[in-house]
Design a protein around this ligand. Structure first.
Ligand SMILES: NC(=O)c1ccc[n+]([C@@H]2O[C@H](COP(=O)([O-])OP(=O)(O)OC[C@H]3O[C@@H](n4cnc5c(N)ncnc54)[C@H](O)[C@@H]3O)[C@@H](O)[C@H]2O)c1
Length: 241
C-alpha cells in the first residue's frame, strides 16, 4: 500500500460547501476517498459528494447530520473540521453574541463533531482527525480577539484529544493554512495596506493557493502520518517565522 494512499477511506468534511473546506473535500475525493460534506446555507452541488445539511450551532442538528453522514458512508475514517467563522472588531465594542458565536462554531462545534467521530473511530480501532487551525492559533490577529482565541483553543483541543485518543490509534492534528483568498479573508487580503503587510510577513513572498494544502492534507489523512499526533502543521509560506 502506498504511503499516502487514502483510496476507499470514508471522510467527512465540515464547512465543505465553499472555500478551504470545499477545496479539501475535492482533494480527498480526487485521492480516492468517499466524501460526505456538511454544508450550511447554499447546498453543495458537487458531483461525487454526499451532501448533508448541518447547522453546527445546533447540537441536535449536528447529531442528526453526523448520523446521516455516517450511515451514507458506512462509517468514518477521516474527519476534517474546516467550518469556521471570523469577524474583526475592536475588543471594546465586540458584540458579545457575535464573539460567542465564533467560539461556538470554531471550537464547540469542532469538539462536538470530533466527539461523535471519535466514538466511531474508537469502536473501529483508529482514524484521522484534522482540525483546520490558523496562524492565529499562535499569533493574535488584528482586531480579532474572538477568532484568535478560538483558533488557539482549537489547537489546544487538538493536543488534548491527541493525548486521550492516541491509545485508540486516532491521530488528531492541526493544519494551519497561511493566507488563502476566500470569502473569509477577502476583506483583509484585498485591502492594499493590510494585504501588503501580510505579504511582507510571508517569507515565500506570495499568498497561498488551495493546491498548497494538498500535500499536508494527504500526509495527515494517510498512513504516512501514523506516528504523528497533536501537531500544528503550518502551510503558511513561512508566516509563523
Ligand atoms: N482562508 C484562509 O486564509 C484561512 C487561513 C487559516 C485558516 N482558515 C480556516 O479555514 C476554514 C475555512 O475558511 P474559509 O477561508 O474557507 O472561509 P469560508 O467563510 O469560505 O468558509 C467557512 C465555512 O464554514 C461554514 N460555517 C460557518 N458557520 C457554520 C455553521 N453555523 N454551521 C455549519 N457550517 C458553518 C460555512 O458554511 C463555510 O462553508 C476556517 O476554519 C478558517 O478559520 C482559513
Amino acid at each position: 500500500m502506498e504511503l499516502f494512499d487514502i483510496t476507499g477511506k470514508r471522510a467527512l468534511v465540515t464547512g465543505g460547501s465553499r472555500g478551504i473546506g470545499l477545496a479539501l473535500a475535492r482533494m480527498l475525493k480526487e485521492a480516492g476517498a468517499r466524501v460526505a460534506v456538511f454544508y450550511h446555507g447554499t447546498p453543495v452541488k458537487e458531483e461525487g459528494f454526499i451532501p448533508v445539511k448541518c447547522d453546527l450551532l445546533d447540537a441536535a442538528d449536528t447529531r442528526r447530520a453526523f448520523a446521516e453522514a455516517k450511515e451514507a458512508l458506512g462509517g468514518i475514517d477521516i474527519l476534517i473540521n474546516a467550518a469556521g467563522l471570523h469577524k474583526k472588531d475592536d475588543a471594546e465594542h465586540f458584540p458579545a453574541e457575535e464573539w460567542e458565536e465564533i467560539l461556538r462554531v470554531n471550537v464547540v462545534a469542532a469538539f462536538r463533531v470530533s466527539q461523535l467521530a471519535g466514538r466511531e473511530m474508537i469502536a473501529q480501532g483508529g482514524g484521522k482527525i484534522v482540525n483546520i487551525c490558523s496562524v492565529r492559533s499562535v499569533l493574535a490577529g488584528d482586531r480579532s480577539s474572538a477568532y484568535s482565541a478560538s483558533k488557539a483553543a482549537l489547537l489546544q483541543m487538538t493536543k488534548a484529544l491527541a493525548k486521550e485518543w492516541g491509545k485508540h490509534h486516532i491521530n488528531v492534528n492541526g493544519l494551519a493554512p497561511g493566507y488563502i483568498l476566500t470569502d473569509m479573508t477577502a476583506p483583509s487580503m484585498n485591502d492594499p495596506e493590510t494585504g501588503g503587510r501580510l505579504l511582507s510577513h510571508t517569507p515565500l513572498g506570495r499568498f497561498g493557493e488551495m493546491e498548497d494544502l494538498k500535500g499536508a492534507l494527504l500526509f495527515l489523512c494517510s498512513r504516512a502520518s501514523d506516528y504523528v499526533t497533536g501537531i500544528l502543521l503550518p502551510v503558511d509560506g513561512g508566516f509563523l517565522c
